[in-house]
Design a protein around this ligand. Structure first.
Ligand code: G6P
Length: 546
């Protein structure tokens, strides 16, 4: 069954939320509420396994939360969750199920229509295990009999961002293999990646769900030609493997049948790191850790599926976004992980969240009259503090921010970790508390400023406070906790999509640019003056051709 199409703005909860917002909700001051009700911190938190999610620094009251849950109930979120996990065709515009959760469910047999897909999932997983183990233990040899030292993943979008983020995030757990990524069709990017590689000890994984993506196919061709400059044609089978749903195109490319790792259409590209797309992850950190990543995600899946809405982490996070996006008019959300390992989390989730929920037509095919997808951005703390936190603290925009931190670091080094985490806690405190006039006044006075100077400087040194943050404190960055964290955001964006009544699992918005790109490429190749584009594009192309 497809998802029901319920316009959220027609629900009673939406109207009540609007009224609640107009009649005081917009002025909710989390700082004051925290002072008057210290129990708030205990009540507005979710403790789950090694996660501690504190959302008490948000502009919400218990009433707000009740109304948001009421909204989730009225749009039948629980029914949608059920359909998501049971393989209903919830990606209706592409006629597909959305079953990336099946990839990490080792406990049950999952059905896609009549077909039990778990056997195939386990088979592919076993193939990943055998292959990644052989590459790591040196039993997979290159064509001259040498073991593999470098793996290069060639893919873009979902076939790049997820594996790249995870490989970077789990660097601590890395094997001896050097794993790199080529994504952009920028030839310089390709050559920079190849330049110090030894053909005899490098393995290329070509990853493309469709195997039609221009960037990936061009890069794969270029890399193959580079490889064949100094290797015989039959060496390709020892150095090239592929991951795709399009098995025919892969064999036409010249990849041996046994070197193909299949994936299925019910896995969206941006949710595919759990599938064979994660091959480079298994190579980089070993199969054991890849499996732990899947386990962590599965545990979050269980939580999301079974936990009542009020105590359900992705649900609560998703509802907070709705509150800010649709009632306060906040346009973006920042994600600040306090670990350098997660430096690619925001770019990864930009695809996950913005490609999923950047839609303006609802599930009835009508143009929506409310805001949908949020803009996602972020960088690791503390770097972010020295770059753009000024705007979060004192700018004019409301930017709800997730702070993600870990109780213990990986190398110990407590001295550094205490410094890192003191910033983590202090920033959410500063954003909540702000700094009032009296405090600024006495600080300036203590610096021996004259009354005139104090008066002049005071407005610039004030901090409003009441800037909303959610703290996600996790015990340690492990493959398992990373799996849970990623799955948490996957489900959060699902919740938002259900409430906004949009289709989160298609991405038609990326097609037009690709189409026009092909036409422009023909013009560039022809090299003749163009006149059939708009005036600006004609001028630019002609200048390029000149
Ligand atoms: O894996 P591929 O088929 O090569 O697709 C790579 C990417 O292509 C497009 O840009 C889609 O919008 C992405 O969702 C996808 O991840």
């Amino acid at each position: 069954m497809p998802l029901k199409a319920i316009n959220p703005t027609t629900t009673n909860a939406w109207k009540n939320l609007q009224q609640h917002f107009d009649q005081g909700g917009k002025d909710i001051n989390a700082k004051e509420l925290m002072q008057s009700d210290p129990a708030r911190a205990k009540e507005m938190k979710i403790r789950w396994k090694d996660f501690y999610v504190d959302y008490s620094k948000n502009r919400v009251t218990h009433e707000t939360l009740e109304l948001l849950i009421q909204l989730a109930n009225e749009v039948e979120l629980s029914d949608a969750i059920e359909k998501y996990f049971s393989g209903d065709l919830i990606n209706q515009t592409e006629g597909r199920a959305v079953l990336h959760t099946a990839l990490r469910n080792n406990a049950e047999d999952i059905f896609h229509g009549e077909k039990n897909i778990s056997a195939d999932i386990r088979k592919t997983l076993a193939k990943i295990k055998v292959f990644s183990t052989a590459v790591n233990d040196g039993s997979w040899k290159g064509h001259t009999g040498k073991a593999i030292t470098h793996v290069v993943n060639i893919g873009i979008g979902g076939s790049d961002l997820g594996p790249q983020m995870v490989v970077d995030a789990l660097k601590y757990y890395k094997t001896d293999l050097d794993v790199r990524f080529i994504s952009n069709v920028d030839g310089d990017h390709v050559m920079e990646t190849l330049k110090d590689l030894d053909r005899e000890t490098t393995l290329f994984t070509i990853v493309s769900k469709t195997f039609t993506t221009q960037e990936t196919l061009s890069n794969a061709q270029t890399v193959r030609s580079w490889f064949l400059e100094d290797a015989p044609t039959d060496a390709v089978e020892k150095h090239f493997v592929a991951v795709s749903t399009n098995l025919e195109a892969v064999s036409n490319f010249g990849i041996a049948q046994e070197n193909i790792f299949p994936m299925e259409n019910w896995v969206g590209g941006r949710f595919s790191l759990w599938s064979a797309v994660g091959l480079s992850i298994a190579c980089a950190v070993g199969f054991k850790h890849f499996n732990a990543l899947l386990e962590g995600a599965h545990e979050m899946d269980q939580h999301f599926k079974d936990q009542p809405l009020e105590g359900n982490i992705p649900v609560v996070l998703g509802l907070l976004t709705i509150w800010y996006n649709n009632f306060f008019g906040a346009e973006s959300e920042a994600l600040i992980p306090y670990t350098q390992y997660l430096q690619k989390l925001a770019p990864y989730l930009q695809q996950g969240i913005m490609e999923s929920n950047g839609k303006s037509v609802d599930r009835n095919g009508d143009k929506v009259k409310y805001q949908t997808g949020t803009i996602i951005w972020g960088e690791p703390g503390t770097n972010a503090q020295h770059a753009f936190f000024q705007l979060i603290h004192q700018g004019t925009k409301l930017i709800p921010t997730d702070f993600i931190g870990f109780k213990t670091s990986l190398y110990g080094n407590k001295d550094h970790h205490d410094k890192l985490m003191s910033n983590f806690f202090a920033q959410t405190e500063a954003l909540l508390q702000g700094k009032e006039e009296a405090e600024v006044h006495s600080e300036l006075k203590a610096q021996d400023k004259s009354p005139e100077e104090i008066e002049r400087l005071l407005p610039f040194k004030l901090f409003e406070g009441n800037k909303p943050t959610t703290t996600i404190l996790i015990d340690q960055l492990t493959p398992k906790s990373l799996g849970s964290l990623i799955a948490m955001y996957e489900h959060k964006l699902f919740v938002q999509g259900v409430i906004w009544n949009i289709y989160s699992y298609d991405q038609w918005g990326v097609e037009l640019g690709k189409q026009l790109g092909k036409a422009v490429l023909k013009d560039l190749e022809a090299g003749k003056e163009v006149i059939h584009h708009d005036a600006s594009t004609n001028t630019l192309i002609n200048r390029y051709l000149d």
